[in-house]
Design a protein around this ligand. Structure first.
Ligand code: GDP
Length: 424
């Protein structure tokens, strides 16, 4: 059988608005659960005389990672006739951002859950904001718990109207809103009689209508260097430059350039891990290659191809930062910035403007960035790094800010600036 295409999605929304319930529903209603799992969880609930909840399915699956089919540490899978979906789990704020900016950088679409009864919360807006900052523009907004508002169309319409207005302010064109009940299963896999006024697509149909293309295959080749391994082959001392390809592809014979050093060589061989040697490797693959010349490369550089568009390399950038740290982000304090596999020291040189993500109020005179603020600022780094701009190659434009060992914010590079001053 032909392999189905994948689509990576994230599910966002205020706590308790029903994310886990909806994930449980999606898994159950697409028959993506391991055999007998649903019955087993229902039986456990019966024994403990507590009502069954779809959210328990997730807990049960997480309890048995050994299963290895439906869930691994941070991901769930479900399938429609069209494709396989991978839900990148994002339990909390920090995790959400961390996943989005680092591991889950490849999310192609998002489900944003809003509780119909509680209405739009600050987090509903913050998450919308983050999605927009991260360049995820395929969004389906699920107005959940419709059962709690007696499937009232007016309640639904008001949320749709208000949230659409908000999304427009941040330049997102919402794809679709769907009135659902995760608990009752309305409009998730099939249209519900409880909402006769809604005759549009189900959640699964909306998801199937999204584009999966996003895999940045046609973009320029980028591979942040993870490590350089030395080995000997036939008496030769050789080095393998290893990493995960974040966009494009590379082939034997390509002339590669590393940034920020600018060193060049030609790809001699491509070595997969536990895979036979190939002539090319592409986006998403963890790979390694050897070079014709012995050039000295270190972790943190970005491998590119000479005749393709090149990345930026500088130690001063303009960026949008989304701050989640307990302490505010201030000038005069030193942070670490991690982008790809590089980690450098960073300081705020200038805060251009700060936006409160909940009400979008702007403040130009602030001297610090508070938790949950989005700020446009100039960052000064202790040395040059290689990156791309958000509107060119999103994958290599995202970074996280580390404040004393903890990820406290994430951001996207908007502009490469000239740097005339040295660090300190
Ligand atoms: P999360 O924190 O966003 O993952 O939310 P959960 O999925 O854990 O749901 C929070 C609570 O809301 C649980 O008690 C669910 O049973 C309840 N809940 C979720 N979806 C619905 C729904 O569609 N209708 C009703 N009545 N309750 C729901």
């Amino acid at each position: 059988a032909e392999e189905k295409e994948d689509l990576n999605i994230v599910i966002a929304g205020h706590v308790d608005h029903g994310k886990s319930t909806i994930i449980g529903r999606l898994l159950a209603d697409t028959d993506s659960l391991p055999e007998g799992k649903l019955e087993q969880v229902k039986e456990t609930c019966r024994k403990n005389s507590k009502p069954f909840e779809y959210a328990f399915l997730l807990d049960a699956l997480k309890d048995e990672q050994s299963q290895g089919i439906t869930i691994d540490s941070a991901r769930c899978f479900f399938e429609t006739d069209k494709r396989e979906y991978i839900i990148l789990d994002a339990p909390g704020h920090i995790e959400f951002l961390k996943n989005m900016v680092t591991g889950a950088a490849r999310a192609e679409a998002a489900l944003l859950v809003i509780d119909a009864d509680e209405g739009i919360q600050e987090n509903s807006k913050r998450h919308g904001y983050m999605l927009s900052m991260l360049g995820i523009d395929q969004i389906v907004v699920l107005v959940n718990k419709m059962d709690l508002v007696d499937y009232d169309q007016d309640v639904y319409n008001e949320i749709v109207e208000d949230y659409t207005k908000f999304l427009h302010e941040i330049d997102i064109e919402p794809e679709t809103f769907v009135p659902v009940s995760g608990m009752e299963g309305d409009n998730i896999a099939s249209l519900s009689d409880n909402t006769p006024w809604y005759e549009d697509e189900t959640v699964l149909e909306v998801l199937d209508s999204f584009d999966a293309e996003e895999l940045p295959m046609d973009k320029p080749f980028r591979m942040p260097v993870q490590d350089v391994y030395k080995f000997t082959k036939g008496g030769d001392n050789r080095r393998i430059v290893a990493g995960t390809i974040t966009s494009g592809q590379v082939s034997v014979g390509d002339e590669v350039v590393f940034y920020p050093s600018g060193k060049k060589s030609t790809v001699k061989s491509i070595e997969g891990f536990n895979k036979p040697t190939t002539v090319s490797a592409s986006v998403g693959e963890s790979t390694g290659f050897t070079l014709e010349e012995q050039i000295y490369i270190t972790r943190g550089e970005v491998a590119t191809i000479d005749d393709e568009p090149q990345p930026e390399a500088t130690s001063r950038i303009r960026a949008n930062i989304f701050w989640l740290g307990r302490n505010e982000m201030t000038k005069n304090k030193e942070y670490h910035l991690k982008l790809g596999t590089t980690k450098v020291r960073a300081r705020i040189e200038e805060i251009k403007r700060v936006i409160d993500a909940s009400d979008l109020s702007q403040n130009e005179a602030k001297n610090e960035i508070e938790r949950h603020d989005v700020a446009e600022c100039i960052l000064k780094l202790d040395k040059a790094i290689a990156f791309d701009l958000a509107n060119e190659i999103a994958e290599t434009s995202r970074f996280v800010i580390v404040d004393e060992y903890e990820i406290a914010g994430g951001g996207i590079v908007q502009e490469a600036l000239e740097d005339k001053q040295s660090w300190v």
